[in-house]
Design a protein around this ligand. Structure first.
Ligand code: ADP
Length: 265
């Protein structure tokens, strides 16, 4: 039987009056599924030819020494851009897989301390000679029930963003802590910060607070959309706090039901 999707809105007037509106959004829901399928198919179809192009371009780059400088430059630019496109396609495929979220097991106890340790190690490599101070503050012993590869994508997007949007020698603090409300993963930086008007829209695909800067950061514009959907799959939500000029903090909140003791028994 086909499902019918209803959207219910309840408005309260005075003490007892209510207005209840039920909207049939079945068609809208179908269109959304079609959009996801389409994006996923296009991304998969583009991946194969692109891999071939990148492969040949790399060979050309490696053997370009005898070519005129103008050609060398052209080949290098093509190789860089092909690589950028590969990253974009990979992110699109990842996002559509996470959005559908169907056959994934999001209930495996995951050691967040180890996970963020590894991510911060990669972040130090990304920082390179910009020498950010990257601190890990992981004291909570509890593990999180989830899908490790999805969590890795989400947390690394946040940590790598902090590196991308924080000037050289800035400080990045990654913390994992638990309390009565649940588990919290915070990524805090001393970077440029984000103007308040942009914050509600940051997790939309391709939304950028500062479009002029995205070219040199090399991002795909999909990072925070990926974070948002990973959190939805884990019953969590993302909180963004930021002050322009002071820095930003991105906090992933997970409900207490998702926490498990590291060493049961
Ligand atoms: P991008 O690939 O552009 O980084 P994201 O979805 O990861 O895409 O982030 C969306 C936008 O949010 C970025 O373009 C940037 O404007 C802003 N942003 C994300 N993280 C930070 C941060 N730590 N500091 C300042 N701005 C940020």
């Amino acid at each position: 039987k086909p499902h019918i999707h209803l959207q219910i809105e309840i408005s309260l007037f005075g003490d007892d009056d209510r207005l209840i509106v039920a909207k049939d959004v079945t068609r809208l829901h179908q269109l959304e599924l079609m959009r996801r399928d389409f994006v996923s198919n296009v991304s998969h179809e583009m991946r194969t030819p692109l891999t071939v192009i990148s492969g040949y371009l790399e060979t050309l780059v490696d053997n370009a020494d005898d070519l005129p400088a103008k050609w060398q430059r052209a080949i290098k630019t093509m190789a860089t851009q092909a690589l950028r496109m590969e990253t974009l396609i990979a992110d699109l495929i990842l996002l559509s897989r996470i959005e559908t979220g169907e056959q994934e097991d999001t209930n495996t106890p995951t050691d967040i301390n180890t996970l963020i340790g590894q991510i911060c190690q990669d972040a130090r490599t990304l920082s390179g000679d910009r020498q950010h101070e990257i601190l890990v503050n992981a004291t909570a012993s509890k593990m999180l029930k989830g899908d490790e590869s999805q969590l890795r994508s989400a947390f690394s997007n946040l940590v790598f963003n902090a590196v991308k949007y924080t000037p050289a020698q800035g400080r990045i603090t990654v913390s994992w802590y638990t309390d009565a409300d649940g588990g919290h993963l915070s990524v805090k930086d001393t970077g440029a910060g984000i103007d308040q008007v942009h914050i509600p829209r940051l997790t939309e695909r391709f939304y950028r607070a500062d479009p002029s800067r995205h070219k040199d950061t090399g991002g795909t514009g999909l990072g925070l959309a990926i974070v948002k959907h990973v959190l939805i799959n884990h019953d969590g939500h993302l909180e963004i706090r930021s002050k322009p000029g002071k820095g930003s903090e991105f906090v992933c909140h997970f409900p207490a039901e998702r926490l498990v003791e590291a060493h049961p028994g």
